[in-house]
Write a protein that binds this ligand. Structure first.
Ligand code: PHE
Length: 351
């Protein structure tokens, strides 16, 4: 029995070699050895089963020996488990390093899009001229977008080719065809229907047209303006828009009013500013004319007042509309419209 017990110590010592302890499953291996030697059905229990058969005078010495061997086996296993932990730590320290003192990867601060900046700037400029802000829906009824604005039934803008019409389901029950507004002018009607004169408001927002090429996108932004009161004159239209142009582009710009046509204004005028690129000398951007067209305007048509519930014999007014992307491009000297919609951070970070 003594030999068998001592053979166990030698056997366990031989099994717990560093190579095995270093392996990934080192801890599991040590546990396996513990079960093999000290488990309920392990070698130690098996040998001890024989103690009862010894003559009584030998039992005491055998018991003492057994206790010593058991303690030795336990000691070996505890030491091996500690060694497994140590080897694991050593392996980790030799492995790839994580330098916690390295600076983190920065997140660049967000930027306001040049279109947003321009739109807010236009609104703020008119704010200083006494204009409040009004908004309306992008999904609009034909009646507000065209009918109430005196746009005739056969006007090309009403064509399916030019306007996004919505249809299907509950939309069929709408009072007039449903579309994506093609300009911000319907907000003029909504504003007048909501409040009695006077009105002095700008109306920014998205508009949609079936247009898509290098210089047109199906969605773009406009800022509409409306000024209605007793005896508003064309001179006030000119003064207001000239002040705006000088505030927006710089006091050196000149303005020019050209006769034009819109169904909802009469008379109508297209407003040009002296070219901001060449100061009017003539360049590629202004096609050598020295002038840039920046907005449409005119005196509100009496039919528009009538549709909006205003008495056309009591009030007059002017309205205007401008494209925000175009103004942003002129102001920041951007020559490709597409850059405004790509949202490339390297582009946006410049404004
Ligand atoms: N709604 C016109 C357009 O989209 C612009 C405009 C607005 C013209 C108001 C005159 C008065 O082109």
């Amino acid at each position: 029995m003594k030999d068998r017990l001592e053979a166990m110590v030698t056997g366990l010592k031989g099994a717990l070699v560093e190579e095995r302890l270093r392996a990934d499953n080192g801890a599991a291996f040590v546990e396996e050895q513990r079960v093999k030697y000290l488990g309920k059905k392990g070698e130690f229990s098996q040998v001890m089963g024989g103690v009862g058969k010894l003559p009584p005078e030998e039992r005491k010495a055998a018991g003492e020996l057994a206790n010593r061997i058991k303690a030795e086996l336990e000691g070996l296993l505890t030491k091996a488990a500690a060694q497994v932990d140590e080897l694991k730590l050593e392996k980790e320290l030799k492995g790839p390093r994580l330098d916690v003192t390295l600076p983190g990867r920065g997140r660049p601060p967000g930027r306001r899009h040049p279109v947003s900046q321009t739109l807010e700037d236009i609104v703020a400029t008119f704010g200083r001229l006494g204009f409040s802000v009004a908004t309306g829906p992008e999904i609009e009824l034909d009646w507000y977008n065209f009918e109430a604005l005196n746009v005739p039934a056969d006007h090309p803008a009403r064509d399916m080719q030019d306007t996004f019409y919505l249809d299907g389901g509950w939309l069929k029950a709408a009072a007039s065809p449903v579309l994506l507004r093609t300009h911000t002018s319907p907000v003029q009607i909504r504003t007048m229907l909501q409040q009695p004169p006077p009105v002095r408001a700008v109306m920014p927002g998205r508009v949609y047209r079936k247009d898509s090429d290098v210089t047109h996108t199906p969605m773009f932004h406009q800022v509409e303006g409306l000024f209605v009161d007793k005896q508003v004159t064309f001179a006030e239209l000119k003064g207001t828009l000239d002040s705006f142009a000088k505030a927006f582009f710089g006091s050196a710009v000149q303005t020019r009013f050209r006769p034009s046509f819109f169904p909802f204004t009469e008379p109508s005028a297209e407003v040009d500013v002296s070219c901001v690129m060449c100061a009017g000398k003539g360049c590629r951007v202004c096609k050598n004319s020295g002038w840039l067209e920046v907005l449409g305007s005119g005196m509100v048509h009496p039919n528009v007042f009538t549709a909006a519930g205003y008495d056309a014999t009591q009030v007059t007014g002017f309205a205007f509309g401008m494209g925000v992307e175009r103004l942003a491009m002129l102001r920041y000297r951007i020559d490709d419209l597409r850059t405004m919609f790509e949202n490339d951070y390297r582009f946006l970070a410049q404004f």
